[in-house]
Design a protein around this ligand. Structure first.
Ligand SMILES: Nc1ncnc2c1ncn2[C@@H]1O[C@H](COP(=O)(O)OP(=O)(O)O)[C@@H](O)[C@H]1O
Ligand SMILES: [Mg+2]
Length: 496
């Protein structure tokens, strides 16, 4: 069974309709109760007026025991009159159901009730007993309500006769009660109808009223699903003009959302502009540095042959100039490549034979690292992907260069290519010392490199894996690494 949620977590629609229905139910209840009370008061007042008249008739018709009583039989109803002793009830004008009793010295001396035909009927023993307990009824001339056994509720009026007996006259409340019940039933039926109508019409009205709010929410949801964190963002979605009327509450929300989207668009455009300015600057700077670097390297190389003749410190200095120029060239090339990849310029997309590419890259690495063991693990079928072959070659070369430069001689490096119908995976495994654990989380970030690499004279820029990430991401692929001493695995997944 689903648990009932707290009202604060209901939808606005449910809450509005529930509130509406509760309100209508409350109004119906108040109207019903007030109607019943007022009706009861007026009906009982009418019975009381009739009761006063009936009491008067009973008294004048012989409430006095000396002018009436068992000794003088009633001519019209001799039997009943003798049996009940309540002939005073037979006065003309008494209504059906009128009850009469005479009490003398706390004892019931006569009693009876008029039936539908106008004849006097005796009271049953139980009813008489009830009446006897009422002999204490105050003779204050005001009617009182009491239940008389199977006869039901009665309005009773007690009055004292001339000889000191108490004469009780009663009129039934049955018709009053049935009228009250009928009225209650009608009010309940009307209230039920009103509740059904309220919930149905309320649902329609609330749904219709909240429709603009749903449209605004839909716009907000669409915008919130857009990727805003990088690159040029087209934030064209806006709340429709009909839902931005500032005179309505929803319109205010819609207009505010549109203003917010305008601001966000402006901010994103500004961010994009400043990012591309920085990228352009890095690209330009790297490009500009290439020429002087090439010159420095060239001049340093020229001095190589005459170094033997030069003093040792000068020879050493020239050697350092040459090697640092080489290192800086690599750095500048990497920076330029990254800046170009960042600018999101489209790659050339062509079928690339990845098997051939891997074979070439590994044989290059093997030529550069003769102290390592190089292994190849290729599938029988040639593997092809769509992409930029020069860039993909760079990925393999960077991973293999890392496995060569960051591991000691004698390390075995395995390059494995696997293909499934969806993805192609290039894995480079080595059994070297592994990546330091504190470096592992940010190893793909720019200029992230191990402590030992910093002191290395050449080759290490900390940009190799950042370039791998940029190229693989541009190919809609992913790259991941696991590393522990003796087992370092880089895996590049590309869509097949
Ligand atoms: N196969 C590997 N074995 C051990 N450490 C590695 C390996 N590959 C990368 N690293 C570590 O990750 C760092 C970042 O690599 P990379 O981005 O290619 O920069 P670079 O090679 O220029 O230092 C390296 O400096 C090295 O400390
Ligand atoms: Mg590297």
């Amino acid at each position: 069974m689903p648990t009932l949620r707290r009202p604060s977590s209901w939808s606005l629609r449910t809450r509005l309709i529930a509130g509406l229905v509760c309100l209508v139910a409350l109004v119906c209840l108040v109207v019903g109760v007030v109607t019943e009370l007022a009706l009861q008061r007026s009906l009982v007042a009418r019975v009381d007026a009739q009761l006063a008249a009936a009491g008067g008739r009973s008294t004048t018709a012989g409430g006095d025991s000396h002018s009436d009583g068992d000794s003088v039989p009633n001519q019209k109803f001799p039997d009943t009159g003798t049996r009940t002793g309540a002939q005073f009830l037979l006065a003309p004008g008494q209504a059906t159901g009128t009850l009469g009793a005479r009490v003398a010295d706390g004892r019931l001396t006569a009693s009876g009730v008029l039936d539908d035909t106008g004849s006097l009927q005796p009271l049953s023993a139980a009813e008489s007993a009830t009446l006897t307990t009422l002999t204490t009824l105050p003779t204050d001339g005001r009617p009182h309500t009491a239940s008389i056994g199977s006869l039901g509720d009665y309005r009773l009026l007690a009055s004292r006769t001339a000889d000191g007996d108490v004469l009780i006259t009663g009129l039934p409340l049955a018709s009053v009660q049935s009228t009250l019940w009928q009225t209650a039933a009608v009010v309940a039926a009307v209230a039920g109808g009103a509740l059904v109508l309220t919930s149905v019409a309320g649902t329609v009205i609330v749904r219709r009223t909240l429709r603009p709010l749903r449209r605004v929410a839909a716009t907000a949801t669409r915008v919130s699903n857009l990727p805003l964190e990088r690159g040029e963002v087209a934030l064209a979605d806006r709340v429709a003009g009909a839902d931005t009327d500032p005179r309505t509450e929803v319109g205010q929300v819609g207009a505010a959302l549109n203003r917010l989207l305008d601001h966000v668009t402006a901010a994103l455009n500004a961010r994009q502009a400043s990012e591309s300015r920085v990228r352009q600057f890095v690209a330009d700077a790297s490009h500009e540095l290439r020429t002087p670097l090439a010159a420095i390297r060239g001049y340093a190389e020229v001095t190589r042959r005459s170094r033997e003749a030069a003093p040792p410190d000068l020879a050493h200095a020239m050697g350092r100039v040459e090697s640092e120029a080489t290192r800086m060239t690599i750095l500048v090339e990497d920076l330029l490549l990254l800046a170009r990849l960042d600018s999101g310029r489209p790659l050339t997309v062509e079928p690339v034979d990845l098997t051939q590419l891997v074979v070439d890259a590994v044989s290059d690495a093997a030529a550069a690292g003769r102290d390592h063991h190089w292994k190849l693990d290729l599938p029988d079928e040639p593997v092809t992907v769509r992409g930029d072959s020069a860039r993909l070659h760079q990925v393999a070369a960077n991973l293999l260069a890392n496995a060569r430069t960051h591991t000691p001689p004698g390390t075995t490096v395995t390059t494995r290519l696997t293909a499934t119908p969806e993805t192609v995976t290039l894995a480079v495994l080595d059994d070297g010392p592994g990546i330091p654990p504190e470096l592992l989380p940010q190893v793909f970030e720019r200029f992230a490199r191990g402590e030992r690499s910093r002191s290395r004279s050449a080759g290490s820029t900390g940009l190799g894996l950042a370039i791998v990430t940029a190229i693989v991401t541009a190919h809609a692929g992913t790259v991941e690494v696991t590393s522990q001493p003796g087992q370092t695995v880089f895996q590049v997944h590309l869509p097949a």
